[in-house]
Design a protein around this ligand. Structure first.
Ligand SMILES: CC(C)(COP(=O)(O)OP(=O)(O)OC[C@H]1O[C@@H](n2cnc3c(N)ncnc32)[C@H](O)[C@@H]1OP(=O)(O)O)[C@@H](O)C(=O)NCCC(=O)NCCS
Length: 259
């Protein structure tokens, strides 16, 4: 069971200055974003995605090299890659949270459906209402059991893990949060591994089953979902260490562009 999945993380400090590293359609989309948070996150995800593709294909990472790689979006929002205007046969999924972005890349069509999803969260406080509204009954039981085992930290870690895995699965489905989060049911498989990854099983209301992996790196929780079994993704060269990263919210200083 090898899948060729690989992941790459980077922080805001890796975003190149200026817009020379973007393709025209990326610049055009950026020009329509007025809020600093949205712009920062868009650039950060492009930074992770382009650097992931560059590392996977052995391309240069100077601004001109990154400008060969487009991280574009299909009409529903799902990302796809272009290199020099053509399709390089790589699939990508993108996510960011609190100043860090992660890209997951894999060979197109290597998995059953060729679709992959990734989501990054920080372990933050989640209310009883959040768990009751967005999680299914078995997921609520898991979160409650983690609170019984490890107190409020266990509750928050479990609630964020389940939430993140749902988002990764809904990216596999290419619907995102247009779908009801209870339409996918996440099971955390209690098997100890020594590579930092834990196993997930995700059942969709459609009858599809997704495989998944998760890891906790410091304040960050990373989940991936795939249609078809896949080994955990390997880190690409140059990827940042999430465990050493501090969550940041740099946009708060200048919420509106030009303000
Ligand atoms: C997919 C979604 C849940 C991710 O939201 P999030 O957790 O806040 O953000 P993340 O950083 O983890 O992920 C954002 C990335 O998800 C990807 N994404 C967006 N829509 C997607 C979809 N339908 N399928 C798969 N991936 C999708 C994109 O790559 C996006 O980054 P980009 O726009 O810079 O390319 C959310 O964007 C969504 O629900 N989108 C569909 C609904 C929609 O388009 N709403 C827009 C307002 S109407």
């Amino acid at each position: 069971m090898t899948s060729g999945l690989r992941w790459f993380a980077c922080g805001e400090d890796a975003i190149p200055v200026g817009e020379e590293w973007l393709v025209a359609r990326e610049r055009e989309r950026l020009s329509r974003m007025r809020f600093t948070k949205r712009r920062n996150e868009y650039l950060l995800r492009r930074c992770a995605g382009k650097r992931a593709v560059a590392a996977a294909l052995g391309l240069a990472t100077d601004p001109a090299g990154l400008a060969r790689i487009g991280m574009l979006n299909a009409p529903g929002g799902a990302p796809y890659v272009e290199v020099d205007g053509g399709r390089p046969g790589l699939e990508v999924s993108l996510t960011d949270r609190a100043g860090q972005a992660v890209a997951l890349v894999g060979p197109e069509g290597a998995l059953a459906s060729g679709t992959i999803g990734i989501d990054l969260e920080i372990v933050e406080t989640r209310s009883e209402g959040f768990v009751a509204d967005f999680l299914t009954a078995p997921e609520q039981e898991y979160v409650a059991a983690e609170r019984a085992r490890a107190g409020s930290d266990g509750w928050d870690a479990a609630a964020n893990l389940v939430w993140s895995a749902k988002e990764a699965a809904l990216k596999v489905q290419r619907v995102g949060l247009r779908a009801d989060t209870r339409s996918v049911v996440v099971t955390v498989v209690p098997v100890a591994r020594d590579d930092g990854w834990g196993e997930l099983a995700i059942a969709a209301a459609s009858g599809e089953q997704y495989a998944g992996w998760w890891r906790r790196d410091g304040a960050f929780l990373l989940t991936i979902a795939t249609l078809g079994a896949a080994d955990p993704p390997a880190p690409l060269p140059g990827s940042a260490d999430l465990a050493a990263a501090e969550p940041v919210h740099s946009w708060l200083a200048h919420p509106v562009v030009g303000a």
